[in-house]
Design a protein around this ligand. Sequence first.
Ligand code: DX5
Ligand code: ZN
Length: 234
Amino acid sequence: MTCSTATAPAPFILSPSLLSADCGRLADELQSLERTGTTWAHWDVMDEQFGPNITFGQHVIKRLRPASSLFFDVHLMIREPERYLDDFCEAGANMLVVHAEATLHLQRVLARIRQLGMQAGVALNPATPLNVLEYVLDDVDMVLLMSVNPGFGGQSFLPSTYRKLRELRAMLRQRGVTPHIEVDGGVDVGKTPELIAAGANALVCVYGLCSAADRAARFQGCAAAARQGQTITL
Ligand code: DX5
Ligand code: ZN
């Protein structure tokens, strides 16, 4: 089975997390995100076992799929994600991100995601070393570094993420592969330049940052300036 149409991702990506959206009106929230020019939406799926919280699942995403043309970046913080790959494919996920810590058979899971026609992402918790990626780098379209521990929005960004990002970028360069590098948790406008300088090209941000058009424009401007090595004025 193949499903979902993956739009070509932009070189720099904001992926607003719907964890902070008004869950009573998700269709409106998605449409207002589209109006800001953002092209991705980040779904934080948790099962209370891996991610210590309960959020939304495949049924909610499936119902929302017709309401939006955003690229659905679906971050599975669930135990044994292999049990739900087909469901999230049918729900319309474009990128399916699984945690390396949540499955015994990471390579098989990533290969199956691609076989289903989705892009495959692998996520690492803050304490997980980069070497778990060593033999799956050819199987991924994105590496997601958690800059907080899974569970909740609004946690403080862990500064150890910067060093991990630099090391990841060096690892990818050495291997000659170019997956997206996404950072998730506690990201705000002020951290954007340093995160980009350290190697990130996709940032999960709180929905509130992108809900107003001027905020989104500011964020994008910040990213553009950072890429050109300019001083950032927020
Ligand atoms: C943690 C979540 C958060 C969230 C982003 O499980 O994955 O990282 O999406 O929200 P903030 O930026 O508030 O941490
Ligand atoms: Zn996430």
